[in-house]
Design a protein around this ligand. Structure first.
Ligand code: NAD
Length: 253
């Protein structure tokens, strides 16, 4: 379905981004991978995805360079998935200002810089798909996540504006809002909970799900990848400016 399309997925060396990159590639898209990781892991991924960039997307000039490099190596960028993200949890009084800045730069501002860099060529071809990976935390809040919740609400707002500015074109912009997906980002929170409460990691997983996600099941990166593929399809042309929850009824409560 995506033969001939060229995609960039930020933060795709792990978790949801890798799930999306694999799902797009399985449909025939050429995908540029981006992110950090251990050398041995990166080596394997570079075999699977020959186009790779280690751009640090906390830096605006590196985000713009990533889009330029993808355009050179793949011949263009038709699909942009803004996925890279980090987390830090602490009450606001002790939340390090440096973590606030990093989360806003990586989880929010990078989306702005990447979209600004990729949109002109999408407009030239009158075809494009922009998918921003927000979160349930783009729709509702939880304590101890002030920067993350602010950034993800920002992503949902940015998505709506880009959708309005492209509404009469063949370019769509949407946000996916996952609940809990068991990736390294969430595993860290599970491990911290297990250590703090002196419970097993398995119990910490059950507790985490029970607290927020009524389905009591994690979403998988493959399931998020399948939704991204659908958003790239012709059938999804009039889904614009949406913030689509994939959260086991978390935000239905
Ligand atoms: P992850 O930690 O598994 O992956 C994060 C990816 O981002 C990695 O590839 C990492 O190398 C990359 N990255 C981090 N900082 C970067 C930087 N400065 N420059 C370039 N790449 C960088 O996390 P994940 O859970 O797969 O999260 C992916 C996205 O999904 C994030 O935006 C996250 O907020 C969002 N999300 C995750 C969940 C969840 O439950 N896991 C839920 C909702 C939203």
């Amino acid at each position: 379905m995506l033969k001939g399309k060229r995609a960039v997925v930020t933060g795709s060396t792990s978790g949801i981004g890798l799930g999306i990159a694999r799902a797009l590639a399985a449909q025939g898209a050429k995908v540029m991978l981006n992110g950090f990781g251990e050398a041995s892991v990166l080596e394997g991924l570079k075999k699977e995805f020959p186009a790779f960039s280690a751009a640090d997307i906390s830096k605006p000039e590196q985000v713009r360079a990533l889009i330029r490099e993808a355009t050179d190596k793949l011949g263009g960028v038709d699909i942009l998935v803004n996925n890279a993200g980090i987390q830090h949890t602490a009450p606001i009084e002790s939340f390090p200002a440096e973590r606030w800045d990093a989360i806003i730069a990586i989880n929010l501002s990078s989306n702005f810089h990447a979209i600004q860099a990729a949109l002109p060529q999408m407009r030239e071809r009158n075809w494009g798909r922009i998918i921003n990976i927000a979160s349930t935390h783009g729709l509702v809040a939880s304590p101890q996540k002030v920067a993350y919740v602010a950034a993800k609400h920002g992503v949902v707002g940015l998505t709506k504006v880009v959708a309005l500015e492209t509404a009469t074109t063949g370019i769509t912009c949407n946000a996916i809002c996952p609940g809990w997906v068991l990736t390294p980002l969430v595993q860290k929170q599970v491990d911290a909970r297990a250590a703090q409460q002196h419970i097993s990691v398995e119990q910490a997983k059950v507790d985490l799900l029970s607290e927020k996600q009524p389905s009591k099941q994690f979403t998988t990166p493959e399931q998020i990848g399948a939704l991204a593929v659908f958003l790239c399809s012709d059938a999804a042309i009039n889904i614009r400016g949406a913030a689509l929850p994939v959260d086991g009824a978390w935000t239905a409560q």
